[in-house]
Design a protein around this ligand. Structure first.
Ligand code: IMP
Length: 443
């Protein structure tokens, strides 16, 4: 038995959805552990685009159980919209396929409203959030004001918690000239959700424990990326949850020893959506070319992503924080034929060269990246599936990245479809049953 954790090593949008979908045939359960419908995992199946926000990417494989952990914040409206969108694409979502933790927190109508106020108050220093109410829902969780999914199971408790919150929140709304919220209409809405969401609610920790005891394999799926982690990312320009490896344990109620391997998803260049420091960001035509070729637009908000060169300082640090065993390198095909490719190897800060990612975002604002320039390759990589057929210059590039981040590459993604992937056998074999992955890829 081997359980694998798949997470992003940059600022999100590394292509986790495709890799999770590709590896799912080797697992019985796919479990998400943090975030909410701020995430956007895009998966292509036989030319059809499927965008997932809340439901784990494993849902596209009929035999897989998908689990939504206590570490998430859930908007019931977003959950059922996604369920119905998937239904219209022929993907069945019901309580036999999806389990939601009773301890997950709910996004309530006041959360997106409070987020707008807080972003406005920050002025030029706004985070550039997805405005889905994610941050305020986690704030209420930490403040012990949160409404949890399990509270839907007792309508008396639900009404009491809504009333408590509305009283407190209306005081804030009054100060900002916003209309007050009404307890009864919110209660009626959430009573409706209680009926619909009730059958999905489970003790997820217990469920996973039982499945693992039976010898089933679990794939733990991270959302966002390491540099957006509330503790280890570019604080305060981060999301409000732990997207790093430790989050899988707290966000699902599984012990750390249940995680047998960590696969870090890493884009061959860097992107970021929203505000905050980004040392290798390109402000010229080359950045625009990468954005256009890589179709770098947010899957959730449609915002253009900021683009820049590969940052080995950031990825090496992400590998350390998460204990990454192997990397899945995505989108190198975007760099084909773009000429020489600079890779950031260190940061100059005042008189020092930093080899580790600084923990203060105000230091990051001032660092100057040190680059090593690699030759690049003219050949297209698009759709390549065989390691031996990859151009020499690309393999050299890959080896340099591996040395810089001190981690081996096990997967190279060369396009959006499942088949457009190089599986680097010796590197992957310890973590997944390749026979099952190959069978799924061919299906
Ligand atoms: P929030 O998660 O909506 O609070 O946004 C906080 C920051 O995380 C913003 O910069 C968002 O753009 C970013 N963010 C949140 N989810 C994702 C994601 O799935 N991909 C990339 N960036 C994200």
């Amino acid at each position: 038995m081997a359980n694998l954790l798949v997470l992003g090593t940059q600022w999100g949008d590394e292509g986790k959805g495709k890799i999770v979908d590709l590896l799912t045939p080797a697992f019985d359960v796919v479990a998400r552990y943090q975030g909410g419908h701020n995430a956007g995992h895009t998966v292509y199946v036989r030319g059809t685009k499927v965008v997932l926000h809340l439901i784990p990417s494993g849902i596209l494989h009929p035999g897989t159980l998908c689990v939504i952990g206590n570490g998430l914040v859930i908007s019931p409206a977003a959950f059922f919209k996604e369920t119905s969108d998937l239904g219209s694409q022929g993907v069945r979502v019901d309580p036999s396929r999806v389990a939601v933790s009773r301890s997950a927190h709910l996004i309530m109508p006041w959360h997106p409203l409070l987020e707008r106020v807080s972003e406005e108050l920050r002025g030029e220093k706004k985070i550039g959030t997805t405005c889905r109410g994610i941050g305020p829902a986690y704030e209420d969780k930490a403040a012990r004001f949160g409404v949890r999914a399990g509270d839907l199971l007792d309508l008396r408790v639900l009404r009491e918690k809504i009333a408590e919150n509305v009283t407190a929140k209306n005081r804030v709304f009054g100060k900002f000239g916003l209309p007050p919220l009404d307890v009864e209409s919110i209660y009626r809405e959430y009573k409706g959700w209680a009926e619909k969401l009730g059958p999905y609610l489970r003790d997820v920790s217990e469920l996973l424990h039982e499945r693992m005891k039976r010898g089933e394999n679990v794939l733990f799926e991270g959302a966002q990326g390491t540099l957006l982690d509330v503790d280890h990312g570019t604080y305060p320009y981060v999301t409000s949850s732990n997207s790093t490896a430790g989050g899988a344990s707290t966000g699902l109620g599984v012990g750390p020893k249940a995680i047998h391997g960590v696969l870090g998803i890493t884009k061959a260049y860097t992107t970021r959506v929203g505000g905050g420091p980004f040392p290798t960001e390109l402000h010229d035509e080359r950045g625009k070319t990468i954005a256009a070729r890589g179709d770098e637009f947010g899957a959730t908000t449609g915002r253009p992503r900021r683009c820049g060169w590969f940052d080995a300082v950031a990825v090496r640090t992400a590998c350390r924080i998460n204990g990454v065993d192997r990397i899945a390198l995505t989108k190198p095909d975007v760099l084909s034929g773009t000429g020489e490719i600079p890779v950031c190897t260190g940061y100059r800060y005042k008189r020092e060269i930093l080899k580790s990612f600084p923990t203060e975002s105000w230091v990051l604002d001032e660092v100057v990246p040190e680059y090593r320039t690699l030759p690049g390759w003219p050949e297209s990589l698009h759709g390549a599936a065989d390691f031996d057929a990859l151009p020499r210059a690309f393999v050299d590039y890959l080896r340099v990245l591996e040395d810089l981040v001190e981690t081996r590459v096990a997967v190279v993604s060369t396009g959006v479809e499942r088949g457009q992937t190089v599986l680097v056998e010796p590197e992957l074999r310890d973590f997944v049953d390749l026979t099952r992955v190959r069978a799924g890829r061919a299906a």
